[in-house]
Design a protein around this ligand. Structure first.
Ligand code: ADP
Length: 247
């Protein structure tokens, strides 16, 4: 068990990639605080997975939500070792001149501010225990952008840059910071990017050399490795989980 006894916060664990990460972490022996703004989704996953998952309703764009999750980790599970910044929002395809400020703010507040908030809430604690792992869920869009998703892609490029900058600052304290870059996934978020329908799906799959969409389990496997002691020499990387798309 790669994560035996480790305590993790996973944001956006009520659906999609985050749910896959929660499920894999528990299989590997972790105790998980699942923070999601969707109370019912968080409760569903916690009920299905069992007592090693504690749900908490929170919005990653606020520092207080992370502080509440960190408090819950310490009170329910007596520690905190891992933070997975997974919760994110997508944008529909839009030409640059048509994306309004409200949508830009939502992307910035969720995809970018969450990483800042998470760091504010956990780094002092990680320094005090001289260990800790942070994983940021970025996107292939952050390294290999497609047209009409510019501010989403840019937010993910920022997440990758933040990962490197945080890794350099925190390495001397025994804290590792990595990212994963999922390719288009078989999750509810996909329809925001591409609309619904088999034809749209097939068009996306055709851009992925390995010939399928990614899955929550794919992200769980990569996340469990990067957050485990097996990856103790790995920090500052962004790992493409992309079926070869970014080659
Ligand atoms: P993905 O493909 O990234 O996994 P999903 O839409 O399936 O996308 O899951 C994203 C999860 O993140 C959802 O459960 C959603 O409720 C959660 N989420 C989105 N925005 C926030 C936020 N601001 N704070 C907390 N959770 C959020």
């Amino acid at each position: 068990m790669r994560l035996a006894g480790k305590v993790a916060i996973v944001t956006g664990g009520g659906s999609g990639f985050g749910e896959g990460i929660v499920r894999k972490f528990v299989t590997e022996g972790a105790l998980v605080v699942l923070m999601d703004r969707d109370e019912a989704a968080a409760a569903r996953v916690a009920a299905e997975v069992g007592e090693n998952v504690r749900p908490i309703t929170g919005d990653v764009s606020t520092l207080g939500s992370f502080e509440a999750a960190a408090d819950l980790a310490r009170s329910a599970f007596s520690g905190l070792d891992i933070l997975v910044n997974n919760a994110g929002v997508a944008q529909p395809p839009l030409a640059l001149e048509t994306m309004n400020e409200e949508m830009f703010d939502r992307i910035a507040n969720v995809n970018m501010r969450s990483i800042y908030n998470g760091a504010r809430a956990v780094v002092a604690h990680f320094k005090s225990i001289k260990s800790g792992a942070i994983l940021n869920v970025a996107s292939t869009g952050g390294v290999s952008p497609r047209p009409n998703l510019t501010w989403y892609n840019a937010s993910k490029g920022w997440a990758i840059a933040a990962t490197r900058a945080m890794a350099v600052e925190l390495a001397p304290f025994g804290i590792r910071v990595n990212a994963i870059n999922p390719v288009a996934g078989d999750t509810p978020l996909l329809s925001t990017f591409i609309g619904s329908g088999e034809e749209n799906r097939a068009r996306v799959v055709a851009t992925i050399p390995i010939g399928r969409l990614s899955t929550p389990a794919d992200m769980g496997n990569a996340a469990a490795f990067l957050c485990s002691d097996e990856a103790s020499m790995i920090t500052g990387v962004d790992l493409n989980v992309d079926g070869g798309k970014c080659i």
